[in-house]
Design a protein around this ligand. Structure first.
Ligand code: IPD
Length: 274
């Protein structure tokens, strides 16, 4: 099977990173700094990222890296690139709220090939290889078969840097509160996407996310039979900062609701804003 070695090395890197994160979580204190408004970084993010990059570059020295804390990029190179979030859910981690994960994806020629999300506090390991299905702790997973939006559970995240779309976001939130079983905000987008992949959420939407938040979870959803697009229903979701994911029916429902709440121009990301 293609990319089997890459998946094995990815697992090794994630497990080593998870040990480091757990060790920091058990300490009485660690350093928490601000990268920007409400945008936290801890010692654990840096240590986790260093370990992941060390393991991946030792095995695949030619590959490019796009990583949240050390090597951000705004577009993909043409060959192989590892997209890494060393702790997705840093705010949860910094506050001791047990929902944070390591997210690692390999993209080759601008298409996702290998994906792993390891939720550290619960030790849930989600993996996918292109064309080979999606797995949670080794068991095959599938998106929810519940196609009724009024009986669906929806995941989302709240923006915290640029709040200029918040009024429309709250309008959407109110509509979804009225039209679904409920909306949840776990605080870790990579794991939120995996909750769609294994059928806990029927759908998920957010704006302001970065490539490292969504690069792995989106392949896991697709391999679990789900759909991922931007807010226009198109494919600019990796750098486009607007994502909708779900089973087919709830994805379509969310797209319709979003397009009714936001102006045409706010459906797409403009550089230097969310
Ligand atoms: C954050 C989480 C959160 C989302 C934020 C992200 P980070 O990632 O995914 O759920 O709402 O927009 O930035 O910063 O903890 O890696």
């Amino acid at each position: 099977m293609k990319y089997t070695k890459e998946l094995e090395i990815t697992k090794k890197a994630a497990i080593e990173a998870s040990k480091i994160i757990t060790e920091y979580a058990e300490r009485t204190s660690f350093s928490i700094e601000l990268k920007g408004k409400n945008d936290l970084i801890t010692d654990a993010d840096v240590a986790s990222e260093n370990k992941i990059i060390e393991i991946l570059t030792e095995a695949f020295p030619e590959d490019a890296i796009l990583a949240e804390e050390s090597s951000q990029r705004t577009e993909l190179p043409s060959g192989r690139v590892w997209i890494i979030d060393p702790i997705d859910g840093t705010t949860n981690f910094a506050h001791g709220f047990p929902a944070y994960c390591v997210s690692i994806a390999l993209w080759d020629n601008k298409s996702p090939k290998v994906a792993l999300v390891l939720e550290v506090a619960k030790q849930e390991l989600f993996t996918a290889l292109e064309g080979e299905g999606a797995y949670l702790n080794g068991k095959s997973i599938h998106v929810s078969g519940n196609n009724d939006p009024s009986a669906s559970l929806i995941g989302t995240g709240f923006p915290y840097r640029d709040l200029h779309l918040v009024d429309d976001y709250l309008k959407l939130f109110k509509r979804l509160m009225e039209k679904t079983h409920g909306v949840r905000r776990p605080g870790t987008a990579a794991w939120d996407l995996c909750n769609v992949a294994c059928g806990r959420f029927e759908g998920f939407y957010e704006y302001g996310l970065s490539a490292w938040d969504v690069a792995a979870g989106s392949l896991i959803i697709k391999e679990a039979g789900g759909v991922v697009t931007d807010w226009r229903g198109e494919s600019d979701w990796l750098f486009g900062k607007r994502i909708i994911a779900g089973n087919e029916a709830v994805h379509a429902f969310l797209g319709k609701e979003i397009r009714q709440c936001f102006s045409q121009q706010d459906l797409t990301h403009k550089k230097n804003s969310n």
